[in-house]
Design a protein around this ligand. Structure first.
Ligand code: AMP
Length: 271
């Protein structure tokens, strides 16, 4: 049934446990992960290097419900001549939304997604965290139709809000290699230290992993992503729901649970 897979879409609340399920699909089908969250964190990192203090709302004009002009932002940040000025401004805008737990506007997200998808020639991707709104879902379905590529299936990782809150507040991530930790279930070997021997690795809490931001993300999922899932189902993309919480967690069990739901033979020797 999943013979010549082109693209999977993995959806779920932020912190629902998407990554281990994405890893299963990557290994199983030789796909590449395309995460809009990772794209935003890349730009956010470029902006963070400037160490700008204070509220980012000073760059936002509520009367226009948009940011002040890019030229004005560059001027205030003193980066007009910087070779990465455009990317830094994008990082500022992404940070403004990400830290509040709000979705980045569709216009920005769709453009960044399309260029990353194009780099993969629109095939061989596990789309992680995209689409998240009906507009993004429409954009993706149109794009796939125009490029003549398949969206093989939606895999929704389901998890309860209460469990997600506990897991996410304890979550830590290596800024450099992306390795995930949890202060209770998988603490880093020493505070701030990654298992990777790379000396630039640094384990931190994501700037958006706080309770206010998390509650907002859960609300965004309920009001914007649930309707997007319905849109994709209506568009005829096969839909599968996998559990994000396994009572007895192990990589083999995650793999088995994904394989079982997709009707694939599990390659794990024992679970
Ligand atoms: P994630 O790593 O997928 O949890 O994403 C982190 C944050 O990036 C989200 O809370 C949003 O602020 C932003 N983000 C990621 N993907 C999208 C998307 N498809 N649409 C809008 N915002 C997004």
């Amino acid at each position: 049934m999943f013979e010549k897979v082109q693209n999977f879409i993995v959806m779920g609340k932020s912190g629902s446990g998407k990554q281990p399920r994405v890893d299963v699909l990557i290994r199983r089908f030789g796909l590449k992960q395309l995460s809009t969250g990772d794209i935003f964190r890349h730009y956010l990192g470029l902006f963070n290097v400037l160490n700008v203090e204070g509220e980012l709302s000073v760059f936002f004009d509520p009367t226009k419900d948009d940011f002040i002009a890019d030229a004005e932002i560059k001027d205030r940040l003193n980066i007009t001549a910087h070779e990465n000025a455009e990317a830094i401004v994008l990082g500022l805008k992404a940070k403004y939304y990400v830290n509040q737990g709000r979705f980045v506007p569709d216009r920005i997200t769709n453009a960044l997604f399309e260029s990353a998808f194009q780099a993969l020639e629109f095939k061989g991707a596990v789309l992680d965290g995209f689409p998240r709104t009906v507009e993004q879902a429409q954009f993706l379905v149109d794009l796939a139709n125009r490029k003549g590529v398949k969206l093989d299936a939606i895999v929704l990782v389901e998890n309860e809000d209460e469990l997600i809150i506990g897991r996410t507040l304890g979550r830590r991530i290596c800024k450099s290699c992306g390795e995930l930790y949890h202060m209770e279930f998988r603490p880093p070997p020493n505070p701030g230290e990654c298992v990777s021997p790379n000396p630039v690795c640094d384990v931190v809490q994501r700037s958006d992993d706080n309770i206010e931001s998390l509650k907002k993300r859960l609300e965004e999922f309920r009001t914007k992503t649930r309707p997007a899932i319905e849109y994709l189902k209506q568009a005829g993309i096969p839909f599968y729901s996998v559990p994000g919480n396994l009572p007895d967690y192990s990589p083999a069990r995650v793999e088995a649970s994904v394989c079982e739901i997709l009707g694939l033979a599990s390659t794990s020797p024992s679970v």
